[in-house]
Design a protein around this ligand. Structure first.
Ligand code: ZN
Length: 326
């Protein structure tokens, strides 16, 4: 699709006519009225196919309060509309209502018809399959997972901190550093971290490869896995040229159990070794540093446990919140 073919589109989120601007990619192409970007419109496009088997704008969805739906930090552009359509809850890692997708022990499993996770699973701590397995547990059999993560078509995933264990972020004069104490007690320090926009824990933990991602989704007990890589210019979904990071939909297979949740990474062969050369245009890899700066960061980390990304205090707060909110 090129600009001369379509100068206008109808935003499937707000229903208004908007103009095609040059920067159409998943994080661009904002609707002039509601600000929805291509990623949001592509998600709701895939959702309309699930319910209606064809492209339907959100405004034409039939409200159905029997549909129990959840979002993980969903954008307000569509979360507010889903809230009017379904029995929908938008959960957050750092705000109420809380949900850590890697720890669902206080959640009602097998109760959701729909789970939307858009650009979340690149931020969860390793091992990366846990979030997908937990998504399977939360859904009903036949329930839909709608997923986006940034991913490449490289052969392997780039896992930035494969030995992440006890870690924290420290800031010095030059910027932010990650300090990690491995299980073997050795301490490593990383520079050149990548942060994504938005509130909460937005440290990029990895850049998936599509092949790795699809294998993990399948092993987590999902079927009918579909990659929504086509354009739909009528809704302002112009993305085919971005070469990855498309919306993925998958259905919970109720007749299968997912791969076991383990502390080690069962997909270790799917990640690049730490010293492998990776395309710098596709992936910004953090670098391990040593020397004086690293030493200072380690002692700073030991001194200021308060800047832990996941402090004991916030864990307790979240636990109490779940326990007493009902
Ligand atoms: Zn719009």
């Amino acid at each position: 699709m090129s600009a001369p073919d379509y100068k206008q589109y109808t935003c499937n989120l707000c229903g208004k006519e908007s103009v095609v601007v040059p920067d159409f990619h998943r994080e661009g192409g904002a609707c002039q009225h509601c600000g929805s970007i291509v990623r949001f419109r592509a998600l709701m496009f895939a959702l309309s196919h699930h319910f209606y088997g064809k492209p339907v704008p959100l405004a034409d969805f039939s409200p159905d309060r029997n549909q129990k739906a959840m979002g993980l930090s969903d954008a307000p552009h569509y979360a507010n509309k889903l809230n009017n359509l379904f029995d929908y809850t938008n959960y957050f890692y750092h705000a109420e209502p809380f949900l850590d997708i890697c720890n669902i022990e206080n959640m009602a499993v097998g109760s959701y018809d729909l789970l939307i996770s858009s650009d979340v699973y690149e931020h969860v701590s390793p091992p990366r399959h846990v979030a997908f397995v937990n998504s399977w547990h939360l859904l009903k059999p036949g329930g839909l997972m709608l997923l986006t993560v940034p991913y490449t078509m490289l052969p392997k995933t780039v896992e930035h901190f494969p030995h992440l264990n006890q870690f924290g972020i420290v800031r010095d004069q030059q910027g932010m550093l990650l300090v990690n104490q491995r299980k073997d007690q050795s301490i490593e320090v990383y520079d050149r971290l990548t942060w994504h926009g938005g509130e909460g824990s937005t440290l990029e933990m990895r850049v998936y490869a599509e092949a790795d991602l699809l294998q993990i989704i399948a092993d987590a007990g999902f079927k009918n896995i579909k990659v929504w890589c086509d354009d739909y210019p009528e809704f302002g979904i112009l993305q085919a040229q971005q070469g990855g990071s498309f919306v993925i939909s998958a259905i919970k297979d109720g007749n299968r159990m997912p791969i076991a949740v383990t502390q080690h990474d069962p997909y270790i062969d799917n990640i690049y070794p730490e010293d492998a050369e990776v395309d710098h245009f596709l992936v910004n890899r953090p670098i391990r540093i040593t020397g004086e700066r690293a030493k200072k960061a380690i002692s700073q980390w030991k001194d200021e446990k308060a800047v832990h990304t996941d402090s004991l205090f916030s864990r307790i707060k979240r636990y109490l919140h779940r326990k007493f909110r009902k």
